[in-house]
Design a protein around this ligand. Structure first.
Ligand SMILES: [Zn+2]
Length: 407
């Protein structure tokens, strides 16, 4: 074959070679880009481990610019923006990932879940609910989606759905969150009783809550409240007396309720037995001592009141309460010198003890107990604490005794 005859073949061969070379070169560039993107992604994760969030954001942004298919980098970047408080940006990133075509199921679920968390953080609870529901639709086996959805329902005060969602969580995780379920049933009952005056349903729900977790004092407390709203004092009394027996440490929560219900039945003296039930189990229970002292004071038995208030000072010498109450009794009896002495001892206390309740999870403090923390929204995290506080020097010393300020 002549050269001219071979020319078309040579041209064709040349073109094939050229296409191959270009393809290899492009693949190499793409591989280099992908490898560079991967390096940025890994560096971003490294920065995250060392809590260098700004640097992590820079590297992850770089990873997404180098390889726009890197879904993991986008999701992580969005999460970081959320943690930094850039909610709008986090939402934009996760939204754009979640609607990408040809996304793997795992990536889609992660994007939707992250988007739900963004909405929660931004206070857009309806949208958060939709995002978590979509994540569950994509992958019904992922427990986190149910857990987050349950919390959204709680925030929306949709207690019924929260309850059923928690049942789904428990089923998937093969556990029983009895206390939480009891609280959710209690909230459902309160909503029924307070908003719709459907006391029968409320009582059924509270009975169910009691069966779900018999160690939950709030159930018995509210059960009594519902009975009272029906005018059934006897049943309220039974529920609360049972609660005092069962939970003496928290019995003080029921003292006022029980006193009221006895008052309505002209049997206020019964409250004394309640305080004594608690004191028999714990003689150092200051709440019960104070209430018993108050009972004696109100009924004119001042010597007995004095005895109880003196015991408070013995139990907790730093407590202002015992001194205040004792001073009050002494004044009432006309023992002015002794009262003055008590008030002087009160004034010279080295420190004040203030009773607080605080959330064991987030540290939120309050003077009243909460079943669900108002700050971190966790259930059953409140514990009692006697906080020691130094009395500010200026309040305790006379002006002349105060150290002179340097000029
Ligand atoms: Zn908390």
């Amino acid at each position: 074959m002549s050269f001219m005859g071979m020319l078309p073949y040579l041209v064709a061969l040349f073109l094939v070679a050229l296409v191959f070379v270009i393809y290899r070169a492009r693949r190499k560039v793409k591989a280099t880009e992908e490898s560079s993107a991967e390096t940025s992604y890994l560096r971003g994760l490294d920065f995250l481990i060392y809590d260098k969030r700004d640097l992590a954001i820079r590297e992850l942004t770089s990873a997404t610019l180098k390889n726009t298919d890197d879904v993991s980098a986008y999701i992580s970047l969005g999460n970081l923006h959320r943690e930094q408080g850039n909610i709008d940006r986090a939402i934009r990133i996760h939204e754009s990932v979640s609607i990408r075509p040809n996304l793997s199921r795992d990536a889609k679920v992660r994007a939707l879940y992250s988007l739900g968390l963004d909405y929660v953080r931004g206070g857009l609870l309806d949208r958060a609910r939709s995002a978590f529901r979509s994540a569950i639709k994509e992958d019904p086996t992922r427990i986190e989606s149910y857990e987050s959805l349950e919390r959204v329902y709680e925030e929306l005060k949709d207690w019924k759905r929260a309850y059923h969602c928690q049942l789904a969580v428990d089923k998937a995780a093969k556990k029983k969150s009895s206390r939480l379920l009891a609280y959710l049933l209690t909230e459902m009952a309160l909503a029924e009783a307070l908003q719709n005056s459907r006391t029968k349903e409320a009582i059924e729900l509270l009975q169910k809550a009691k069966q779900t977790d018999p160690t939950c004092i709030s159930v018995l407390m509210y059960l009594g409240d519902v009975y009272i709203s029906q005018g059934d004092f006897k049943k309220a009394e039974q529920a609360w007396e049972h609660a005092v027996e069962q939970f003496p440490k928290l019995a003080f929560l029921l003292f006022d309720r029980l006193r009221q219900v006895y008052l309505k039945q002209d049997a206020v003296q019964n409250i004394k037995a309640i305080y004594n039930v608690v004191l028999a189990k714990n003689p150092d229970d200051i709440n019960a001592r104070k209430s018993l002292g108050d009972y004696y004071f109100d009924t004119g038995q001042l010597d007995k009141a004095e005895e109880e208030y003196s015991k408070i000072i013995e139990i907790s010498s730093g407590s202002t309460l015992g001194y205040q109450k004792l001073g009050m009794v002494l004044l009432k009896e006309g023992r002015k010198d002794e009262a003055l002495d008590v008030y002087q001892r009160l004034a010279s206390l080295p420190e004040l003890k203030v009773v607080y309740y605080y959330c064991g999870k987030c540290g939120f403090k309050d003077t009243t107990i909460h079943w669900r923390c108002p700050q971190c929204h966790e259930w059953d995290t409140f514990v009692q604490e006697i906080e020691r506080r130094r009395v500010p020097a200026g309040q305790k010393r006379k002006r002349a005794d105060a150290p002179k300020e340097a000029h």
